[in-house]
Design a protein around this ligand. Structure first.
Ligand SMILES: Nc1ncnc2c1ncn2[C@@H]1O[C@H](COP(=O)(O)OP(=O)(O)OP(=O)(O)O)[C@@H](O)[C@H]1O
Length: 263
């Protein structure tokens, strides 16, 4: 049983109404295909990167795994639980750090984490909440209101929120976007520790040097298709340099289908 599994996953977004006609007529047209026949697996304990340029489909894929968006076809599962037919078990096995800073401005950090714990049925979770706060450098912010935190601090809370139910699989969607060097370091230290403790980590980032340093295997999406999947070292050896060179080479390849896929 894999930590994450995607089998022939495609996702087409429904057509959007545009212009003034949209006020009177239902949207028509083929919709937008954000993912096309994506298949891969991530094993337990892996530190895995999902890379791709803006609009490649990374967030869409994460939304499918988190049960926020239904695949148009294909199947996805977390720790063997189908994200559609066994949603609750799949969601309990997964912690997601979203790309956007979403938070309720009326609660303190601790209240936010208690509420999140409650969603997963954890009532007396303060010991674990304190441990997460300490590891993310948030202990002295615990009683502060969310709206009073800086952007980087809010991002730390998003990471904390994803961890309250001790999920075996953690997905981070660009966790270090707009984050200072100090937080970036402490964040990666903490995430690496979670990985060493057995958690499976899947991350998207535009900082390729982070993926190169942290991840043992890398997948690349281009216009919704999987175009590379291999061990980091193998990708580097093929490109003869850095991950950035490998990325640019693969993204500029005319091939629209998988070019370097190895499992
Ligand atoms: N709800 C939606 N309705 C229609 N199209 C959408 C929707 N969400 C995303 N898309 C489109 O799907 C494509 C993939 O978007 P997605 O956010 O998954 O890309 P991404 O790889 O995460 O990009 P980024 O690196 O910029 O975050 C984009 O062209 C986007 O405009």
């Amino acid at each position: 049983m894999h930590a994450v599994s995607l089998e022939h996953v495609s996702k087409t977004y429904a057509p959007q109404a545009t212009g003034w006609r949209g006020l009177f007529m239902p949207p028509s047209g083929p919709g937008f295909q954000a993912l096309t026949d994506v298949s891969f697996t991530v094993d337990h304990g892996e530190f895995f990167a999902l890379l791709g340029p803006n609009g490649a489909g990374k967030t869409t894929l994460i939304s499918v795994l988190a049960g926020l968006s239904r695949p148009t076809s294909g199947h996805a599962s977390i720790c063997g639980h189908d994200v559609v037919t066994d949603y609750q078990a799949a969601r309990r096995s997964l912690g997601v750090v979203p790309q956007e800073l979403v938070y309720d401005p009326f609660f303190t950090v601790r209240e936010t984490l208690r509420i999140q714990s409650g969603y997963f049925g954890f009532r007396h979770n303060d010991d674990w909440i304190d441990e997460i706060l300490a590891n993310l450098g948030l202990t002295d912010k615990a009683e502060e209101n969310m709206r009073a935190l800086s952007g980087g601090m809010k991002r730390r809370v998003l990471v904390a929120q994803a961890l309250v139910h001790r999920p075996p699989v953690i997905i981070l969607d660009e966790p270090t976007a707009g984050v200072d060097v100090d937080l970036r370091r402490s964040l990666w230290e903490f995430i690496s520790r979670l990985n060493r403790a057995g958690h499976t980590i899947m991350l998207t980032t535009h900082y390729l040097e982070e993926a190169q340093a942290l991840c043992s295997r890398i997948a690349m999406l281009k216009r919704g298709k999987l175009v590379a999947l291999d061990k980091t070292q193998t990708l580097l050896a093929r490109a003869g340099g850095s991950l950035e060179e490998a990325f640019v080479k693969i993204m500029n390849s005319d091939e629209d289908t998988a070019v370097e896929v190895a499992v």
